[in-house]
Design a protein around this ligand. Structure first.
Ligand code: NAD
Ligand code: IMJ
Length: 256
Protein backbone atom coordinates (compact mmCIF):
# COMPACT_ATOMS: atom_id res chain seq x y z
CA UNK A 1 0.00 0.00 0.00
CA UNK A 2 1.45 3.42 -0.85
CA UNK A 3 2.30 5.64 2.11
CA UNK A 4 0.30 8.76 2.93
CA UNK A 5 3.35 10.98 2.31
CA UNK A 6 4.81 9.25 -0.77
CA UNK A 7 6.69 11.73 -2.97
CA UNK A 8 6.72 14.46 -0.31
CA UNK A 9 9.79 16.24 1.05
CA UNK A 10 9.71 17.21 4.73
CA UNK A 11 11.95 19.48 6.78
CA UNK A 12 11.92 18.58 10.47
CA UNK A 13 13.40 20.97 13.04
CA UNK A 14 13.77 19.97 16.69
CA UNK A 15 15.30 16.50 16.89
CA UNK A 16 17.69 16.55 19.85
CA UNK A 17 17.63 12.84 20.68
CA UNK A 18 15.51 9.71 20.22
CA UNK A 19 12.93 10.91 22.78
CA UNK A 20 12.23 14.15 20.90
CA UNK A 21 8.67 14.49 19.57
CA UNK A 22 10.32 15.57 16.31
CA UNK A 23 12.05 12.18 16.07
CA UNK A 24 8.74 10.32 16.50
CA UNK A 25 7.34 12.54 13.72
CA UNK A 26 10.36 11.89 11.48
CA UNK A 27 9.93 8.14 11.97
CA UNK A 28 6.22 8.29 11.08
CA UNK A 29 6.95 10.48 8.03
CA UNK A 30 9.53 7.94 6.79
CA UNK A 31 7.07 5.08 7.40
CA UNK A 32 4.60 6.93 5.15
CA UNK A 33 7.16 7.36 2.38
CA UNK A 34 8.36 10.96 2.87
CA UNK A 35 11.94 12.07 2.30
CA UNK A 36 13.09 13.90 5.42
CA UNK A 37 15.74 16.50 6.13
CA UNK A 38 16.61 16.97 9.80
CA UNK A 39 18.19 19.99 11.43
CA UNK A 40 20.20 20.20 14.63
CA UNK A 41 20.64 23.21 16.87
CA UNK A 42 24.40 23.22 17.34
CA UNK A 43 27.63 21.21 17.26
CA UNK A 44 26.79 19.51 20.56
CA UNK A 45 23.83 17.75 18.94
CA UNK A 46 25.46 17.03 15.59
CA UNK A 47 26.70 13.46 16.11
CA UNK A 48 23.50 12.31 17.83
CA UNK A 49 21.25 13.76 15.13
CA UNK A 50 23.47 12.35 12.35
CA UNK A 51 23.18 8.88 13.93
CA UNK A 52 19.41 9.21 14.18
CA UNK A 53 19.27 10.43 10.58
CA UNK A 54 21.21 7.32 9.45
CA UNK A 55 18.82 5.12 11.38
CA UNK A 56 15.87 6.78 9.60
CA UNK A 57 17.42 6.98 6.15
CA UNK A 58 17.12 10.77 6.19
CA UNK A 59 18.17 12.57 3.01
CA UNK A 60 20.24 15.22 4.81
CA UNK A 61 21.18 16.75 8.15
CA UNK A 62 21.69 20.51 8.34
CA UNK A 63 22.62 22.89 11.14
CA UNK A 64 20.07 25.50 12.15
CA UNK A 65 19.90 27.62 15.27
CA UNK A 66 16.62 29.49 14.80
CA UNK A 67 17.94 32.60 16.59
CA UNK A 68 20.33 33.18 13.67
CA UNK A 69 19.02 34.78 10.45
CA UNK A 70 22.24 33.68 8.80
CA UNK A 71 21.54 30.04 9.76
CA UNK A 72 17.97 30.32 8.41
CA UNK A 73 19.18 31.88 5.13
CA UNK A 74 21.78 29.13 4.71
CA UNK A 75 19.16 26.46 5.46
CA UNK A 76 16.85 27.90 2.79
CA UNK A 77 19.72 28.04 0.26
CA UNK A 78 20.78 24.43 1.02
CA UNK A 79 17.19 23.20 0.68
CA UNK A 80 16.78 25.10 -2.58
CA UNK A 81 19.67 23.16 -4.11
CA UNK A 82 18.44 19.85 -2.62
CA UNK A 83 15.69 18.59 -2.42
CA UNK A 84 14.60 21.77 -4.28
CA UNK A 85 10.93 21.57 -3.30
CA UNK A 86 9.42 21.29 0.18
CA UNK A 87 5.97 19.93 1.05
CA UNK A 88 6.03 19.82 4.85
CA UNK A 89 7.81 21.62 7.66
CA UNK A 90 7.67 20.47 11.27
CA UNK A 91 8.68 23.08 13.86
CA UNK A 92 9.25 21.29 17.18
CA UNK A 93 11.27 23.87 19.09
CA UNK A 94 10.89 25.61 22.43
CA UNK A 95 13.19 27.17 25.00
CA UNK A 96 12.98 29.32 28.10
CA UNK A 97 15.44 29.91 30.91
CA UNK A 98 15.13 27.11 33.42
CA UNK A 99 14.70 29.54 36.33
CA UNK A 100 11.68 31.06 34.58
CA UNK A 101 10.00 27.62 34.74
CA UNK A 102 10.40 27.37 38.50
CA UNK A 103 9.65 30.74 40.12
CA UNK A 104 6.43 32.81 39.95
CA UNK A 105 5.58 34.14 36.47
CA UNK A 106 5.49 37.61 38.04
CA UNK A 107 9.28 37.41 38.44
CA UNK A 108 9.96 36.89 34.71
CA UNK A 109 12.70 39.24 33.49
CA UNK A 110 12.43 41.23 30.27
CA UNK A 111 15.29 39.21 28.76
CA UNK A 112 13.77 35.86 29.83
CA UNK A 113 10.41 36.82 28.35
CA UNK A 114 11.97 37.90 25.06
CA UNK A 115 14.18 34.79 24.86
CA UNK A 116 11.18 32.47 25.24
CA UNK A 117 9.25 34.44 22.62
CA UNK A 118 12.18 34.51 20.18
CA UNK A 119 12.94 30.79 20.26
CA UNK A 120 9.50 29.33 20.94
CA UNK A 121 7.23 31.62 18.92
CA UNK A 122 8.95 34.05 16.54
CA UNK A 123 11.03 31.19 15.12
CA UNK A 124 7.88 29.73 13.53
CA UNK A 125 7.39 32.96 11.59
CA UNK A 126 11.05 33.02 10.53
CA UNK A 127 11.00 29.35 9.49
CA UNK A 128 7.71 29.78 7.59
CA UNK A 129 9.15 32.76 5.69
CA UNK A 130 12.29 30.79 4.78
CA UNK A 131 10.36 27.68 3.73
CA UNK A 132 7.31 29.11 1.94
CA UNK A 133 9.12 29.98 -1.33
CA UNK A 134 10.17 26.30 -1.59
CA UNK A 135 6.58 25.07 -1.12
CA UNK A 136 5.73 25.55 -4.77
CA UNK A 137 2.97 22.92 -4.84
CA UNK A 138 1.41 24.11 -1.57
CA UNK A 139 2.36 22.52 1.71
CA UNK A 140 1.81 21.93 5.38
CA UNK A 141 3.57 23.65 8.28
CA UNK A 142 3.11 22.04 11.69
CA UNK A 143 4.22 23.29 15.09
CA UNK A 144 3.95 21.81 18.57
CA UNK A 145 2.04 23.53 21.34
CA UNK A 146 0.83 22.80 24.84
CA UNK A 147 -2.29 23.46 26.94
CA UNK A 148 -0.34 26.06 28.94
CA UNK A 149 -1.03 28.41 25.98
CA UNK A 150 -4.60 28.91 27.12
CA UNK A 151 -4.71 27.69 30.74
CA UNK A 152 -2.49 28.34 33.72
CA UNK A 153 -0.33 25.26 34.26
CA UNK A 154 1.97 25.41 37.32
CA UNK A 155 5.56 26.36 36.38
CA UNK A 156 4.85 26.63 32.63
CA UNK A 157 4.86 30.40 33.09
CA UNK A 158 6.71 32.29 30.36
CA UNK A 159 6.44 29.25 28.06
CA UNK A 160 2.63 29.49 28.31
CA UNK A 161 2.76 33.06 27.09
CA UNK A 162 5.12 32.03 24.27
CA UNK A 163 2.77 29.19 23.25
CA UNK A 164 -0.17 31.63 23.25
CA UNK A 165 1.80 33.79 20.80
CA UNK A 166 2.75 30.67 18.83
CA UNK A 167 -0.90 29.62 18.44
CA UNK A 168 -1.87 33.15 17.38
CA UNK A 169 1.03 33.09 14.89
CA UNK A 170 -0.40 29.86 13.46
CA UNK A 171 -3.65 31.70 12.70
CA UNK A 172 -1.99 34.73 11.09
CA UNK A 173 0.41 32.57 9.06
CA UNK A 174 -2.51 30.39 7.92
CA UNK A 175 -4.23 33.54 6.68
CA UNK A 176 -1.14 34.83 4.84
CA UNK A 177 -0.12 31.50 3.28
CA UNK A 178 -3.56 30.01 2.56
CA UNK A 179 -3.74 31.60 -0.92
CA UNK A 180 -0.57 29.62 -1.78
CA UNK A 181 -2.26 26.44 -0.51
CA UNK A 182 0.17 26.31 2.40
CA UNK A 183 -1.61 25.19 5.55
CA UNK A 184 -0.36 26.03 9.04
CA UNK A 185 -1.48 24.15 12.14
CA UNK A 186 -0.39 23.32 15.67
CA UNK A 187 -0.63 20.03 17.51
CA UNK A 188 -1.20 20.57 21.22
CA UNK A 189 0.35 17.48 22.77
CA UNK A 190 -0.27 16.10 26.24
CA UNK A 191 2.77 15.85 28.55
CA UNK A 192 5.50 13.48 27.31
CA UNK A 193 8.76 12.71 29.12
CA UNK A 194 11.31 14.24 26.70
CA UNK A 195 14.49 16.21 27.39
CA UNK A 196 12.30 19.35 27.56
CA UNK A 197 10.31 17.79 30.40
CA UNK A 198 13.22 16.32 32.33
CA UNK A 199 14.05 18.17 35.50
CA UNK A 200 10.74 20.05 35.48
CA UNK A 201 9.48 20.19 39.05
CA UNK A 202 6.79 17.57 39.79
CA UNK A 203 6.66 16.37 36.15
CA UNK A 204 5.92 12.79 37.27
CA UNK A 205 2.95 14.15 39.24
CA UNK A 206 1.75 16.00 36.12
CA UNK A 207 1.92 12.73 34.18
CA UNK A 208 0.05 10.69 36.79
CA UNK A 209 -2.54 13.46 37.30
CA UNK A 210 -3.27 13.61 33.56
CA UNK A 211 -3.51 9.83 33.30
CA UNK A 212 -6.05 9.79 36.13
CA UNK A 213 -8.23 12.56 34.76
CA UNK A 214 -8.02 12.33 30.96
CA UNK A 215 -11.01 10.74 29.22
CA UNK A 216 -8.74 7.98 27.85
CA UNK A 217 -7.28 7.46 31.38
CA UNK A 218 -3.70 7.41 30.15
CA UNK A 219 -0.88 9.65 28.95
CA UNK A 220 -0.02 10.69 25.42
CA UNK A 221 2.26 8.50 23.34
CA UNK A 222 4.75 10.26 20.99
CA UNK A 223 3.52 7.94 18.19
CA UNK A 224 0.03 9.43 18.52
CA UNK A 225 1.40 12.95 18.11
CA UNK A 226 3.39 11.72 15.10
CA UNK A 227 0.33 10.13 13.45
CA UNK A 228 -1.63 13.37 13.86
CA UNK A 229 1.29 15.14 12.14
CA UNK A 230 1.09 12.61 9.28
CA UNK A 231 -2.61 13.48 8.90
CA UNK A 232 -1.93 17.23 8.84
CA UNK A 233 0.97 16.81 6.39
CA UNK A 234 -0.96 14.52 4.05
CA UNK A 235 -3.78 15.09 1.57
CA UNK A 236 -6.14 13.89 4.31
CA UNK A 237 -5.55 17.21 6.07
CA UNK A 238 -6.14 19.33 2.96
CA UNK A 239 -9.10 21.23 4.45
CA UNK A 240 -7.48 21.99 7.80
CA UNK A 241 -5.54 25.20 8.45
CA UNK A 242 -5.10 27.70 11.28
CA UNK A 243 -6.09 25.00 13.74
CA UNK A 244 -4.84 23.68 17.06
CA UNK A 245 -5.37 19.92 17.18
CA UNK A 246 -5.24 18.45 20.70
CA UNK A 247 -3.52 15.07 20.93
CA UNK A 248 -3.74 14.70 24.68
CA UNK A 249 -5.93 11.68 25.53
CA UNK A 250 -8.76 14.23 25.79
CA UNK A 251 -7.40 15.97 28.89
CA UNK A 252 -8.21 19.51 27.73
CA UNK A 253 -11.99 18.96 27.63
CA UNK A 254 -12.22 18.29 31.36
CA UNK A 255 -13.43 20.99 33.75
CA UNK A 256 -12.84 19.35 37.11
P1 NAD B 1 13.08 18.23 22.93
O1 NAD B 1 13.95 18.84 23.98
O2 NAD B 1 13.45 16.92 22.41
O3 NAD B 1 12.90 19.26 21.72
C1 NAD B 1 13.07 20.64 21.84
C2 NAD B 1 13.95 21.04 20.68
O4 NAD B 1 14.08 22.47 20.61
C3 NAD B 1 15.37 20.47 20.80
O5 NAD B 1 15.66 19.70 19.65
C4 NAD B 1 16.24 21.72 20.82
O6 NAD B 1 17.49 21.55 20.17
C5 NAD B 1 15.36 22.68 20.05
N1 NAD B 1 15.80 24.07 20.20
C6 NAD B 1 15.83 24.83 21.33
N2 NAD B 1 16.39 26.01 21.06
C7 NAD B 1 16.70 26.03 19.72
C8 NAD B 1 17.30 26.96 18.84
N3 NAD B 1 17.72 28.16 19.27
N4 NAD B 1 17.45 26.63 17.54
C9 NAD B 1 17.04 25.42 17.09
N5 NAD B 1 16.48 24.48 17.88
C10 NAD B 1 16.32 24.79 19.18
O7 NAD B 1 11.62 18.22 23.62
P2 NAD B 1 10.18 17.94 22.98
O8 NAD B 1 9.31 17.66 24.15
O9 NAD B 1 10.27 16.99 21.86
O10 NAD B 1 9.76 19.39 22.46
C11 NAD B 1 9.40 19.64 21.12
C12 NAD B 1 8.21 20.59 21.06
O11 NAD B 1 7.09 19.94 21.62
C13 NAD B 1 8.38 21.88 21.82
O12 NAD B 1 7.81 22.96 21.09
C14 NAD B 1 7.57 21.63 23.08
O13 NAD B 1 7.10 22.84 23.63
C15 NAD B 1 6.45 20.83 22.50
N6 NAD B 1 5.65 20.07 23.48
C16 NAD B 1 6.25 19.20 24.33
C17 NAD B 1 5.48 18.49 25.24
C18 NAD B 1 6.11 17.55 26.24
O14 NAD B 1 5.46 17.26 27.26
N7 NAD B 1 7.29 17.04 26.00
C19 NAD B 1 4.09 18.68 25.28
C20 NAD B 1 3.51 19.58 24.38
C21 NAD B 1 4.31 20.26 23.48
C1 IMJ C 1 7.66 22.60 31.12
C2 IMJ C 1 7.76 23.42 32.23
C3 IMJ C 1 6.82 23.42 33.24
C4 IMJ C 1 5.73 22.59 33.17
C5 IMJ C 1 5.62 21.76 32.06
C6 IMJ C 1 6.59 21.76 31.02
N1 IMJ C 1 4.66 20.86 31.69
C7 IMJ C 1 4.96 20.29 30.50
C8 IMJ C 1 6.18 20.82 30.05
C9 IMJ C 1 3.48 20.55 32.53
C10 IMJ C 1 4.14 19.29 29.78
C11 IMJ C 1 6.93 20.47 28.78
N2 IMJ C 1 6.58 21.39 27.67
C12 IMJ C 1 5.22 21.33 27.16
C13 IMJ C 1 7.46 22.33 27.14
O1 IMJ C 1 7.06 23.04 26.22
C14 IMJ C 1 8.82 22.51 27.65
C15 IMJ C 1 9.56 23.57 27.32
C16 IMJ C 1 10.85 23.89 27.89
C17 IMJ C 1 11.53 23.06 28.77
C18 IMJ C 1 12.79 23.46 29.26
C19 IMJ C 1 13.56 22.64 30.25
C20 IMJ C 1 15.03 22.95 30.22
C21 IMJ C 1 15.35 24.40 30.02
N3 IMJ C 1 14.50 25.17 29.33
C22 IMJ C 1 13.30 24.71 28.85
N4 IMJ C 1 12.59 25.49 28.00
C23 IMJ C 1 11.41 25.10 27.52
O2 IMJ C 1 16.41 24.86 30.45
Amino acid sequence: MPGLLEGKNALILGVANRWSLAFAIARAFRREGAEVVLTYQGERQRATVEDLADELGAAAVLACDVTSDENLDRLAADLKSSPGRLDCVVHSIAFANREDLARPFLETSRSGYLLAQEISSYSLVAVARAAAPLMRSGGSIITLSYLGASRVVPNYNVMGVAKAALEASVRYLASDLGPKNIRVNAISAGPVKTASARGIKDFSKVLSGVAQKAPLRRNTDPGEVADAAVFLASELGRGVTGNVLFVDAGFQVMGL
